[in-house]
Design a protein around this ligand. Sequence first.
Ligand code: B16
Ligand code: MG
Length: 219
Amino acid sequence: PVKAVVFDLDGVLTETSKAHFEAWKMLASELGFEVPDELEDKVRGISRLDSLEIVLTYGNLNEVYTDEEKVDLANHKNDLYLDLIKGYTPENLSLGAVSLLTELREKGIKIALASASKNAPFLLEAMGITAYFDVVVDPASIENGKPEPDIFLKASELLGITPGYCIGVEDAYAGIESIKAAGMTPMGIGSKTVLSNCDTVFSGLESFHNFLLDHSIIK
Ligand code: B16
Ligand code: MG
């Protein structure tokens, strides 16, 4: 039986992965180089500073900046990102998010958020879904980012539910690795090509919701 569902945010409950990508693209262009479209998938689930390293490889600039300068660059990217998401409302939720969250609560299934994003609490508020969550893991409290299991293990610990009773939902390859390493059941949202490490991948939250009902995973 499933007792909890642990959600990723960016790319699962909302399509902010596009905004992250746009902000990195703007930063790269300010630094004088271009990034390819494949970057959007490469930074899915990856922390801000680790993402910056990936971005800088396209300009061969990893060795050029000091750690301090890299923090400034990452902060600047975040300002660009915040500008893109400042107008977010419940309209920016992925299709079917509210109906899924409502049903999980009605059925007594606990709900947690395991997002690598420091902007997650802002987005939950802006989109009006904070109250659905029993637990929101603070990514600053985690030592190792995805693909390491830390953030999903922390969710399990804070929920007080062992990983074997939890489903983890992710749009990122690194996120699925993290869920598996934590001992949860992984479910993917998005592209089967990107999520080649996940057996169960859905095009969106509505088909994930139907699957949970059809297989009596939530009753
Ligand atoms: P921030 P998730 C991740 O969120 C994003 O997928 C990733 O692209 C981003 O770099 C990371 O959060 C950190 O976000 O810069 O807002 O702290 O997919 O784990 O919800
Ligand atoms: Mg994600």
